[in-house]
Design a protein around this ligand. Structure first.
Ligand SMILES: CC(C)(COP(=O)(O)OP(=O)(O)OC[C@H]1O[C@@H](n2cnc3c(N)ncnc32)[C@H](O)[C@@H]1OP(=O)(O)O)[C@@H](O)C(=O)NCCC(=O)NCCS
Length: 220
């Protein structure tokens, strides 16, 4: 009870403390557009250390993002590149992560130095007469399902379902179905948390789950 009151008070103080920053952000949004203004503010709030930073960032993102859940924890050095990112309740993001246009479900755990990018084709590479940076590509929005754990230094370039585990250092290049444990580069499913074999179909509804595992990513 006392703990809950202290947290409520701390959240209230944090919301008050970030209000001026949010007002300046809104001013910048008016002048340069939301997408241009947002990354710099995300970088700035990422630099506040310790518990103060956790409360400060949560308050800031609660006010500026479409969704930032209660008790979400965004650690030092983590930056978001898009103001459209959503963060679920009790979702934890470790230090120095870089996160694009992504939906993070509830109870997601993201370790440190994780990159979640929007697909793998941000630039076209087909033409040789103009630089890669000038060739348009695709930026699909990525979803990380609830209760999924992403290990340290993973690189995510496709949807990951609910209740999954992605091994440390893995590179996810294709959608991962619910309950899968996937490891390595490129990430391969080693087993399912439900005990099913890696070529079974998945069991609960979300964008990844309705596809059989064989349609999403090959087993080793
Ligand atoms: C994926 C993980 C949870 C283990 O899952 P598991 O189902 O218990 O897997 P196992 O340990 O039985 O390993 C299964 C196989 O995958 C391999 N493997 C496990 N983790 C791996 C990884 N991160 N990268 C590549 N291969 C990995 C194992 O070597 C084993 O291979 P083998 O069958 O050829 O011997 C664990 O290895 C991991 O990466 N945890 C993340 C830790 C982390 O980042 N913590 C940060 C703090 S939140």
């Amino acid at each position: 009870m006392i703990r809950a009151c202290v947290k409520l008070l701390a959240n209230g103080i944090a919301l008050t403390a970030v209000a001026p920053a949010v007002l300046v952000f809104l001013g910048a949004t008016y002048l340069m557009g939301r997408q241009s203004a947002f990354p710099g503010w995300s970088q700035a709030v990422s630099l506040v250390p310790g518990f103060t930073g956790v409360y400060f960032r949560r308050a800031f993102y609660k006010l500026v993002l479409p969704r930032c859940g209660d008790d979400a924890c965004i650690s030092f050095g983590t930056v978001f590149s898009h103001p459209t990112v959503t963060i679920g309740h009790t979702t934890y993001i470790g230090v120095f992560c870089v996160i694009g246009d992504v939906d993070l479900g509830d109870d997601v755990v993201i370790a440190s130095h994780v990159s979640i990018m929007n697909g793998s084709n941000q630039h076209g590479i087909g033409r040789l007469d103009i630089p890669v940076r000038e060739q348009p590509g695709d930026w699909p929005r990525i979803t990380i399902g609830k209760d999924t754990w992403i290990g340290d230094r993973a690189v995510i370039m496709a949807d990951v379902g609910e209740h999954c585990v992605i091994g440390a250092g893995s590179v996810v290049t294709k959608p991962i179905p619910n309950y899968a444990i996937a490891v390595g580069t490129p990430a391969r499913i080693v087993r399912f948390r439900t005990g099913e074999t890696s070529d079974s179909t998945t069991v609960s509804p979300n964008s990844c789950s309705q596809k059989p595992a064989s349609e999403t990513i090959a087993s080793p």
